[in-house]
Ligand binder design. Sequence first.
Ligand code: C5P
Length: 302
Amino acid sequence: MSGLTVRAPAKINLHLGVGALREDGFHPLVTVYQAIGLYDDLTVREAPGWTLGVDLPGWMPADAVPTGGENIVDKAADLLAAHHGIERTGEVHIAKAIPVAGGMAGGSADAAAALVALDRLWEVRTPDEDLLALAAQLGSDVPFALLGGTALGTGRGELVDPVPDRGTWWWVVVPAEVGLSTPEVYRHFDRMFPDAPADPVPADALLRAIADADAWALADALHNDLEAPAVDLRPELGALIEAGESAGALRGIVSGSGPTCVFLCGSADHARSLAADLSGAGHPVVLAANGPVAGAHLVSYA
Ligand code: C5P
């Protein structure tokens, strides 16, 4: 086989309960992830050495993604090659669509896509449990990018269990022009909530709304403990959420550590019309996507 393309989705957190900082520098989480239809495509081809290139949409800054050897895809390749005791080889190309440093796990999606693509290219047949363990070493939400769908995340977010989800949920996604650093938002959470309990807020109400496939109940139950610190760092996000809700969103919320904001809509038409309203109000990039969708998966042979 000479090459192939793997597609990996963005995530949003429908529930993100964050507990007090652990001794290892991470926070305990109870989160409900959903993969939504906004994807990065990663193409790998056989090559004697190792190269990585990135194609960015016009609205992302040209230097948004590192390609000098420190990309999470380089790390994913190193880890998978070391796991099998082989050399890292391949010509890799990422076509990005997921906002960078946006709270949507775009880098994690690329890492998950790289694990799936290189496993095929190198014909090493890594068992799923090993891929999930490698993914967890790469980042807290990389295992979810492999799994996709809707899932409960615990630990630091790396322990994932699928949640049955019969709903089709529609989201309008508004990325910010400048990203936010995830560690910075967590540090700000620590400053704002020095007495955060060790145990994160449970996701019971959210899981009930999903089980009932009830969009209004879901709107009520959406919860993000990183929203207050993200909005404190970027006050304009508060205004954006208000604007989206005034324009008819069932609910607006910061995605993960932000600064991307997502708006729950009642249907595809509703999402298209809200997206048009927010574009008309001057937001340069407004996307619409539905979830849940599949995790990292092969889409074509190159
Ligand atoms: O696991 P990941 O590489 O995505 O984490 C990036 C940073 O985000 C961590 O170094 C840590 O500062 C913060 N983080 C955290 N608690 C988590 C996940 C991430 O504090 N559960």
